[in-house]
Ligand binder design. Structure first.
Ligand code: FES
Ligand code: FES
Length: 164
């Protein structure tokens, strides 16, 4: 067993887990953050994507002990207060979810994608970068629409347009 101490959604947390415990299980079972889903456990579906030190990571590919000392954001910590994050708002507005199982991972991947492309995104880039996230409801069309809309709101181009 190891003592694991990290920052999750802005709060310092700690807990004890076996060395083989995956980060996703530590988040869900030790910390009760069940918004991060487990679809495959083998790095294929993207349901478990969170941000570790500002980058999208499949939390089933990382051991909890490896995350010790890191700063983690899960879907529960993405929004600022009561308001939805612009990516969450775009998924809601453009009907980017059906059963919702893939949605937390999609949103965390999409947010990282937009953060890495402050100049904005095009459809081909969104589709290519979503390769690691699977939606079993096959709602990709609206998911892509939602990400493009959020990119427009969050990008430097979109902000400049709103300010004009
Ligand atoms: Fe992590 Fe599927 S549960 S990629
Ligand atoms: Fe059902 Fe994507 S909305 S798995």
């Amino acid at each position: 067993m190891s003592e694991i101490s990290l920052t999750v959604n802005g709060k310092r947390v700690s807990g004890t887990a076996e060395d083989r415990t995956l980060l996703v299980h530590f988040l869900r079972e030790n910390l009760g953050l069940t918004g991060t889903h487990v679809g495959c456990d083998t790095s294929q579906c993207g349901a478990c994507v969170i941000h570790v030190d500002g980058k999208a990571v499949k939390s089933c590919t990382m051991l909890a002990v490896q995350a010790s000392g890191s700063s983690v954001v899960t879907i529960e910590g993405l929004a600022d207060g009561a308001d939805l994050h612009p990516m969450q708002a775009a998924f809601k507005e453009h009907h980017g979810l059906q059963c919702g199982f893939c949605t937390p991972g999609m949103i965390m991947t999409a947010t990282d994608m937009v953060n890495r492309h402050p100049e904005g995104l095009d459809e081909a880039t969104v589709r290519a970068e979503l390769e690691g996230n699977i939606c079993r409801c096959t709602g990709y069309h609206n998911i892509v629409k939602a990400i493009l809309a959020a990119s427009e709101t969050m990008s430097s181009k979109g902000k400049a347009r709103q300010a004009a």
